[in-house]
Design a binder for this molecule. Structure first.
Ligand SMILES: Cc1ncc(COP(=O)(O)O)c(C=O)c1O
Length: 383
């Protein structure tokens, strides 16, 4: 990375861990075989994919054969929601999701609405959590799927997944979660939580970009069926055709194993750094943390700076990589739909920054960040 850059945007993406790259290298060079090929070389590639199955199963408590590999969480989300909507259309035509979901979920739901499906978008409270009564009131015999993310990418707020799943299953619907931000950062056991489908991605956990997965439950309480969204050679039991991205999958597996092994250490490190950052930034008059501070990812903080436009703030801190909206929608200059749903006004939503801390950040970097933020705010107030 360029000298003096302070990277605090790990919710957007993470650097590839060198230990992950090392595991990928043979599959980018000598071991290039197609995992579907029926020869020794192909069998070795297929074995490498099976190893990733086991690494993921170990982290999330699923069976190794319950993973479908994709190009990332966006594709996993498309497969889960569209796949269920098409497969279960005879059963019902209603989906429930939340206003603060990632655009990948909201846009898929919008697309399905345009095809005639009914979608309920649950509101959130000012702290970002949904009200379980709202879900209870919205769910009905027509509901086939409830889609609620584990942790929000902008605020880190963690929804009460187990309670949501209970309500969903009592009504006979399936539960899907976009776990892109939570996977590898907090413990997630699909059986304990009762999750039916779960999307995740390699590049949020120091793995490669362009690879992700979807957990699809094949055992009690629900044997989930999915209509494939990519047709072709019938790979992955017909759920997603296309030659497997073996190096990417190997990288996803290595990153998953490391995330599991280092979760406690990473989590403690991130929360200590965050505590320091928040304590210092909250000394600035009018600053506030957006979102529930108890039910939150350890590495994320979203801060409101009273009367300070975040673009202007970021202009004076160009060596510090943070985000003032979710990276995936930052092509637009609209205020964050997440913060608006939490009750911030448009003006307020333009005054917020998200800090996503990571494995390699340190206190010296945060001291520098705090100093630069303070300096830039003083400059802006003088102007
Ligand atoms: C919560 C959430 N869902 C989905 C995605 C999309 O992930 P991918 O880049 O792997 O398609 C992201 C990425 O920012 C995310 O944060």
């Amino acid at each position: 990375m360029e000298d003096n850059i302070i990277y605090l945007d790990h919710n957007s993406t993470t650097p590839l861990d060198p230990r992950v790259l090392e595991k990928m290298m043979p599959f980018l060079t000598d071991q290039f075989a197609n995992a579907s090929s029926n020869h020794k070389f192909g069998h070795e590639a297929s074995q490498a994919v099976k190893k990733t199955n086991n690494q993921i199963a170990e982290l999330i408590g699923c069976q190794p054969n319950e993973i479908v590999y994709t190009s990332g969480a966006t594709e996993s989300i498309n497969l889960a929601i569209k796949g269920v909507a098409e497969q279960y259309q005879e059963k019902g035509n209603h989906i429930i999701t939340v206003l603060t979901e990632h655009k990948a979920v909201l846009d898929v739901c919008g697309h399905l609405e345009s095809k005639g499906l009914n979608v309920t978008y649950l509101p959130v409270q000012p702290d970002g959590l949904i009200r379980l009564e709202d879900l209870q009131n919205a769910i009905n015999p027509e509901t086939i799927l409830v889609s609620v993310m584990v942790a929000n990418n902008e605020t880190g707020v963690i929804q009460p997944i187990k309670e949501i799943v209970d309500i969903t299953h009592q009504a006979g619907a399936l539960f899907f979660t976009d776990a892109t931000q939570a996977f590898g950062k907090i413990p997630l056991d699909v059986d304990d939580l009762g999750i039916d489908l779960m999307a995740f991605s390699g590049h949020k956990i120091y793995g490669p970009k362009g690879v992700g997965g979807l957990f699809v439950r094949s055992r009690r309480p629900n044997r989930v069926k999915l209509e494939s969204q990519i047709h072709g050679g019938g790979h992955q039991n017909g759920k997603r055709s296309g030659t497997l991205n073996v190096p990417g999958i190997v990288g996803l597996g290595a990153a998953t194993e490391l995330a599991g092994r280092e979760m406690e250490k990473d989590s403690k490190h991130a929360s200590e750094l965050r505590e320091f950052l928040e304590t210092e930034l909250l000394k600035i008059e009018g600053t506030k943390i957006n979102g529930n501070i108890k039910h939150r990812l350890p590495n994320t903080t979203n801060i409101y700076f009273h009367g300070i436009d975040s673009d202007a703030l970021m202009m004076g801190m160009e060596k510090i990589m943070v985000s003032n909206g979710s990276a995936c929608t930052s092509a637009s200059i609209e205020p964050s739909h997440v913060l608006l749903a939490m009750g911030l006004s448009e003006d307020e939503a333009f005054c917020c920054l998200r800090f996503g801390l990571g494995r390699h950040n340190n206190f010296a970097e945060l001291e520098m960040t705090i100093e630069i933020v303070n300096r830039q705010i003083i400059t802006l107030l003088v102007i």
